[in-house]
Design a protein around this ligand. Structure first.
Ligand code: MBD
Ligand code: FE
Length: 280
């Protein structure tokens, strides 16, 4: 029997995951700050209601949709798709090193650790074009960072993430590699598929109701960290693949687009990408 992926199951897992690792310091904003932010958000919504003459039928539709987002566990998905990119933009305004982008709902800390070179955990005959991803991690002054951690996680060739879709090994396509004495790392994996927001959940219903598309371009997720440096959370995309130009999560930046070439050994593709970390 093959279990099928459902919005409610991946949403419940994402909600649970978020609750277990909420960033410290969240939720302790002062009274004045809460007053300012909530008052302005509400005023913006009031303005929309007045300008568009929103009626009771639409108000009730909104209420029932918001209730269902919670029941589906899709608040992490909704927020990361439609709001996180602006939070990331504000947070990274003064960064000198590599560009970051949103984390999304499917990061899991503590993936299997390798040194220098890694083949991400994958199934026998894992579908997808083999990809060799390698590079170096340095400080902004060019100093190689030995022992930096490069964490990678991504969807499989069907667009599914381990621990959020059924039937996949726990750490499938998730791993951490520590850089060598020259700051270098290499990761062998397979190229991910584009990601479709689940069509059977509340986010999918919103997308259909608004006539939008539900796609993110194929992407690799990464977190790169080293002692004494600011960690970076980013994603990398593939030049010329679908939805690089119109990501529903608005998380593509020109600096994050890879151009892999045929691998020197004749199987699959390879690409080099270097990370530069800001001082802490
Ligand atoms: C993803 O895979 C993702 O990276 C984001 C940001 C939102 C939904 C699914
Ligand atoms: Fe993703």
């Amino acid at each position: 029997m093959t279990e099928t992926a459902t919005a409610a199951a991946s949403g419940a897992a994402a909600t649970e995951r978020f609750r277990s690792r909420q960033r410290t310091g969240s939720g302790d904003a002062g009274t004045e700050r809460v007053d300012t932010l909530v008052t302005e958000v509400l005023a913006a919504v009031h303005d929309v209601i007045r300008r568009h003459r929103v009626g009771y039928a639409e108000y009730d539709a909104l209420k029932s949709w918001m209730i269902q987002v919670g029941l589906d566990g899709e608040w992490p998905l909704f927020l990361d798709v439609w709001l996180e990119h602006v939070v990331e933009e504000v947070a990274s305004e003064h960064r000198l090193g590599s560009k970051g982008t949103i984390e999304g709902p499917y990061y899991v800390p503590g993936s299997p650790l390798f040194t220098g070179e890694a083949t991400l955990p994958m199934r026998e005959g894992e579908p997808g074009v083999p990809l060799l991803f390698r590079g170096r991690v340095t400080a902004v002054d060019g100093t190689p960072l030995t022992g930096a951690r490069v964490e990678m996680w991504h969807a499989d060739a069907e667009g599914f993430y381990s621990q959020f879709a059924p039937g996949l090994p726990e750490w499938n396509l998730r791993g951490t590699v520590a850089t060598d004495e020259r700051g270098g790392f290499a990761v062998r994996t397979v190229e991910p598929a584009p990601y479709q927001i689940p069509t059977d959940g509340s986010c999918g219903r919103l997308i259909a109701a608004a006539g939008w598309h539900a796609w993110r371009p194929a992407h690799l997720h990464l977190k790169v960290s080293a002692p004494g440096h600011q960690p970076i959370t980013t994603q990398l995309y593939f030049r010329g693949t679908s939805h690089v130009e119109d990501d529903i999560a608005s998380a593509v930046k020109p600096e994050l687009i890879l151009s892999p070439v045929s691998a020197a050994n004749g199987t699959g593709r390879e690409v080099t990408y270097d990370f530069v970390l800001d001082p802490a």
